[in-house]
Design a protein around this ligand. Structure first.
Ligand SMILES: *Cc1c(COP(=O)(O)O)cnc(C)c1O
Length: 427
């Protein structure tokens, strides 16, 4: 979509006045002297999330063990109830989403169910730009089945080191591939893959396909059921604002509900019978079957308030603002910063990008440090990317305008030269 912007500060303020989501930022804890552009790594705390977290803390205080059945939203059913609340964000049916564990653990659990090497069809297809944890986990899954990753892991390379070509991925979906695992949005460049197309092509060839959606859920709407995606998983501490290390999510298409959760545990049991304590495992007939152990109540409670906020606004509206504000950021970069050697590393088209802009510069490490001292919270990704996420719920157009003018000042006055080239441990 072609949007028309202007450069001045007044124009930024006008965009804010017209922004239908402008009031939402008042529900977040935002510091006056800081512009938080890192919601793609750790989302900010909302008062809504704080309220549900504190309610569960109080319930623990007052109810003890009885919280499992007598809390306002009984803890025993909490992962299922929050799954229902999250389903609209990913276009899933209510019982296809469950809140459980962490992203990488969920990957292990899902892949151990969905990777069934048979005869010649015994390889996993991934990409060379995926999040490293996914690569480690997939290699581990192959080793568990005594398969050598050098032979059984097929990795699609990137031509430009930033993006992937979907047709090339499909071109390698041969009859030796049992499973494809891809990210929805690439964590560094912000490229959004065509999930519907990839899913259709995998299925045409009899291949199971799953997606790591850490960098999209809460920013980009998905339609997993309609597209027929087999499984997906994501963390909730990024765009979903569930707090540091907050409990993650699993999506399993209902056509797979009969499949065995191989990394089984008692929380995957049919709920009504879980406390029969039988040794014969009977798995729940929904995504809950992939739960392993007791729900992490305190790491999940902020998500209740947060998801209610998402549903009140609607993920489509959030995406609309996210696309417009990232487009505005790119417009300002093109006009104000390209003269200093900055390059935009993410794809430009709306349907090919997620919620952040990948700003590239050979001095990214030092510029990133200088930005921090000027009240911006960006994040740096090796070797040369500054990721800037103007999160729709709590970043204004005026914030974006200020970020670009601060970067411009850092470049114009060569402020970054006062900083060390060494990156921090968490970056
Ligand atoms: C953030 C992120 C993860 C993190 O995994 P955890 O198990 O939550 O630490 C995994 N994959 C992607 C693509 C991510 O962006």
């Amino acid at each position: 979509m072609k949007r028309v912007f202007e450069l001045g500060e007044d124009f930024a303020k006008r965009l804010d006045l017209e922004d239908p989501l402008k009031e939402i930022k008042n529900r977040f804890y935002i510091k006056e002297d800081e512009i938080y552009m890192d919601g793609n790594s750790l989302g900010l705390m909302s008062k809504d999330a704080e309220k549900t977290l504190m309610r569960v803390v109080e319930e623990w205080k007052n109810l003890g063990i009885n919280g499992w059945m007598n809390a306002e939203m009984p803890w025993f059913y909490y992962p299922e109830e929050l799954g229902k609340l999250q389903a609209p964000l990913v276009g899933a049916e209510e019982d296809e989403v469950i809140i459980h564990s962490s992203t990488t653990v969920n990957l292990h659990s899902l892949v151990s169910t969905f990777f069934k090497p048979k005869g010649k069809r015994n390889k996993i297809l991934m990409d060379s730009l995926t999040f490293p944890s996914d690569r480690y986990a997939i290699e581990g899954q192959l080793k568990l089945k005594d398969l050598d990753p050098r032979e059984h892991l097929v990795v699609i390379e990137s031509k430009d080191g930033k993006t992937l070509d979907e047709r090339e991925i499909v071109g390698r979906m041969d009859d030796d591939i049992a499973l494809v695992l891809l990210p929805s949005v690439l964590y560094r460049s912000g490229q959004l893959l065509d999930i519907e197309y990839l899913t259709g092509q995998a299925h045409k060839r009899g291949i199971i396909i799953g997606f790591d959606c850490c960098h999209s859920v809460g920013a980009v709407p998905h339609y997993f059921s309609k597209w027929g995606v087999d499984f997906a998983f994501w963390c909730n501490y990024k765009y979903c604002n569930n707090g540091p290390g907050g409990t993650a999510s699993i999506y399993v298409n209902k056509k797979h509900f009969h499949k065995e959760p191989v990394l089984a545990g008692w929380y995957g049991y049919i709920k009504e019978k879980q406390f029969d304590m039988s040794y014969e495992f009977q798995s729940a007939e929904n995504a809950g079957a992939w739960q392993i152990g007791t729900s992490h109540m305190l790491s999940m409670a902020p998500l209740e308030g947060s998801l209610k906020m998402f549903n009140e606004i609607g993920i489509e509206k959030i995406r609309e603002k996210s696309l417009k504000i990232t487009d505005y950021l790119m417009y300002l970069i093109d006009n104000e910063l390209s003269q200093y050697g900055f390059i935009i590393g993410n794809p430009r088209e709306d349907h090919r990008r997620g919620g952040h802009v990948a700003l590239e510069h050979e001095e990214a490490v030092r510029i990133n440090e200088a930005m921090k001292d000027r009240g911006i919270v960006p994040d740096f990704r090796n070797p040369n990317v500054i990721r800037l996420a103007p999160v729709a719920l709590y970043i204004s157009y005026h914030d974006v305008w200020k970020v670009v003018s601060i970067i411009k000042d850092i470049m114009e006055n060569e402020v970054y030269k006062n900083y060390s080239k060494k990156r921090g441990v968490v970056a």
